[in-house]
Write a protein that binds this ligand. Sequence first.
Ligand SMILES: [Zn+2]
Ligand SMILES: [Zn+2]
Length: 257
Amino acid sequence: MKIEILGSHNTETDTARLPCLLVNDVISLDAGGLTGSLSLERQQKIKAVLLTHHHFDHTRDLIMLGANDSVPPSTVDVYGLRDTLEVVYLYLLDGKMYKDYTSWPSVEAPRLRLKPIAPLQQFIIGGCIVMPVPVSHSAPSVGYQVTSENGRSIFYAGDTGSGLSGCWERINPDILFIEVTGLNCMGETMSKLRHLTPQMLVDELLQFQQMKGHIPRVIATHIPVAHEEELRDELALAGKQLEMELEVAYEGLTIEL
Ligand SMILES: [Zn+2]
Ligand SMILES: [Zn+2]
């Protein structure tokens, strides 16, 4: 199983891209920093995009993925909760902002095909078993556990606040990719916005440990560009509390699992 971090921040600069992970070259988890990270040839290999939720930082590049057609034309399946796909269609792909790639170049063979999923209902893409698991964000959201043919698995949480014990019950990943969006001093605001701080992540991981007897490898994503340095310091201290390293994702990180 190959995992590439295409975007690991919650905003964009010349060096930071929006949330996006690529699995085995063919599955994109979210579509924030997708097209700007890949050559046309690599974009044309993508078979599916799994959306965690509808927020713009996670869905923006669907438009350019639709525009970068291949020869012969091919269709990319876009999976998400029904609520997620409704908003994405209504505000991004409805044909007003740009082309409606769910019916372009033809209704029979569009560039993007929206495929609603249901929480906890597994499906298979490119030999991987995918399980969507609800998380706790300000919009309807799921994280995805992706298990490859060799039995190794990751869980990509997307955006989430605290209260993940129900999620932890359902998953058993080798690597947990989880957001950390705010500094510890922003705890109150992060709670309201349904995001995590390093201390909130520690509390969630301790619950995981209580339930499962261990904590998997943890890689923080959705890093705020303006506070990255302080956040790295706080994550290092948080890791000491847990007697492990809390890694920080970065664009270009590639993991073979
Ligand atoms: Zn969000
Ligand atoms: Zn986000």
